[in-house]
Ligand binder design. Sequence first.
Ligand SMILES: Cc1cc2nc3c(=O)[nH]c(=O)nc-3n(C[C@H](O)[C@H](O)[C@H](O)COP(=O)(O)OP(=O)(O)OC[C@H]3O[C@@H](n4cnc5c(N)ncnc54)[C@H](O)[C@@H]3O)c2cc1C
Length: 316
Amino acid sequence: MEEIFATWVSNENVRDTSSSGGAFSALAVEVIGAGGIVYGAAFDKDFNVVHRGVETVEALASLRSSKYVFSSFASVLPEVKSEVESGRRVLFSGVPCQIAALRKMLGREYDNLLCVEVICHGSPSAGLWNLYLDRLCQEHHRRRSDIAAISFRDKSTGWKTYSFTVRFSDGSAVSHPYTDNPYMMAFLRDLSLREGCFRCPFKRGQSGADITLGDFWGVETVAPSIDNNRGVSLVIVHTARGRKAAANLRRMASVDEHDVIIHNPSYARTAKEPPARKPFLKMLAKKSDPIAAMRIYIERKPMKRLKLRLKYLFSR
Ligand SMILES: Cc1cc2nc3c(=O)[nH]c(=O)nc-3n(C[C@H](O)[C@H](O)[C@H](O)COP(=O)(O)OP(=O)(O)OC[C@H]3O[C@@H](n4cnc5c(N)ncnc54)[C@H](O)[C@@H]3O)c2cc1C
């Protein structure tokens, strides 16, 4: 049943505000158009990440784009169950363990439920996100209530060279290329992943998702003619229901699973806990400055790491 292809949406605003090519929005618009409801991860007013259901195309914008924080989702599951049991069309999206949790709770198949997972190499906890965001606000003499928007995948600097951006309500912003942002680098180096992510059993569609979405990393070598650095989605269809839902997506290129795994190993492989993770968490537990701790432990050269640590100790 498996089919893998590359796509992006033709609406440029949707593509630019999506992490990849906007495949999620295309699937969601179809469900909303049929009177359905779409669940996914959004920011609440304090910039915590929570799962919620949306019923209009305008409200879909809140679910768009990746938030690299484990979303609080358990409290929405009873509502999802009741919508599914009422016979309404439901799209539930999330990281693979969230899809597996919903499917386990429902305990049976429903033709009106479409489960869409995103490839996930692991997810930092809400606790760490809160420490980071509070410290970032403190460094910039702002309050959390001054924040107007946050993008983990700001594509104004390019899809592959994206930035992490916080916009404040007075129009100012803090923006770092992801490679210079300590939160993003601690995430990408697996330092800040939750414990359970290192034992994830839901790789390669094992969550029971109908469709997996991801970034088509490696597009420049696998299908260079479709790469313009604005974002390409990878769509992996696992079931007949998924195939039906994905029928209207434009197939820009067929992709081999081997190429997916080479360029996006997180699809198939569970992250390994890096040796620096425990010392990093220990430093955080001592109520150290979380941004300084991230900077120290994302440094790979031991001498440079020691220098950063000493500099931090003497600055206190
Ligand atoms: C924690 C995390 C790790 C990821 N790791 C990888 C990876 O290693 N490789 C890769 O190719 N892609 C990864 N992704 C997925 C990728 O970033 C895009 O989300 C995906 O390609 C969909 O993009 P899109 O353009 O179709 O839609 P977008 O609009 O960008 O994505 C929106 C979708 O992402 C979901 N989502 C956003 N934040 C969260 C969250 N915190 N928890 C649960 N669901 C969320 C929404 O519910 C919605 O379904 C990861 C995503 C997350 C959240």
